[in-house]
Design a protein around this ligand. Structure first.
Ligand SMILES: CC(C)(COP(=O)(O)OP(=O)(O)OC[C@H]1O[C@@H](n2cnc3c(N)ncnc32)[C@H](O)[C@@H]1OP(=O)(O)O)[C@@H](O)C(=O)NCCC(=O)NCCS
Length: 168
């Protein structure tokens, strides 16, 4: 299977925030941004894997600035780390006021996906070629983030097993 670079699968998606995206205090509802983050990350990973993907884990998602109605939201996703069947995407979100041109970075999120074959089973994905120093560093950090997620999964699984045993 041929390895791929980060730029081979980079995705950029822009959307104008209108009244349907509002929360009850007149800014953009965070749920819309979470959906767009998930979709943009999934697109980058689908491009990398050339398979459908499912979302497995979303790391901390922090909203540093409110996004206003009328802003142009732009999401950029890059594959930051790959395992055997799993891939992590880094998704960056900016909000631009198209009248003033002011543009703020509102979020960075890391989302983990797994590529699926036609039978719905995890399938191997191409290796990732990190070309720049930044990409190389991010890939090492991605490996650590993945180790942490798997530790969390083991904790949750063992808590679930204890609960099942208590109910017996
Ligand atoms: C994704 C899924 C098929 C993985 O099933 P599984 O039995 O854990 O399969 P595996 O153990 O072979 O894991 C597949 C990969 O996912 C990774 N993985 C699974 N659970 C994970 C978790 N909680 N955190 C991080 N990675 C995880 C594994 O490390 C493995 O990666 P690798 O192949 O790169 O080493 C299963 O968890 C699933 O169907 N989840 C629901 C997905 C979904 O419906 N998402 C929401 C809607 S899109």
């Amino acid at each position: 299977m041929q390895s791929k670079t980060v730029k081979d699968s980079r995705v950029q998606l822009s959307q104008l925030m209108g009244p349907t995206h509002a929360n009850n205090i007149g800014n953009v509802h965070g749920g819309w941004i979470m959906k767009l983050v998930d979709e943009t990350g999934a697109l980058a990973c689908m491009r990398h894997a050339q398979h459908r993907v499912v979302t497995v884990a979303v790391d901390q998602l922090m909203f540093r600035q409110p996004i206003r109605l009328g802003d142009l939201v732009t999401l950029t996703a890059e594959v930051s780390y790959v395992g055997r069947t799993s891939m992590e995407a880094e998704v960056n979100v900016t909000a631009e006021n198209p009248v003033t041109g002011e543009c703020v970075h509102t979020n960075t999120a890391y989302v983990l996906y797994v590529a699926m074959d036609d039978e719905g089973k995890p399938i191997e994905v191409p290796r990732l070629i990190a070309e720049t120093e930044e990409e190389k560093e991010r890939m090492l950090e991605g490996e650590k983030r993945q180790e942490y997620r798997l530790t969390q999964r083991r904790r949750i699984d063992s808590a679930g097993n204890h609960q099942k045993a208590d109910r017996k």
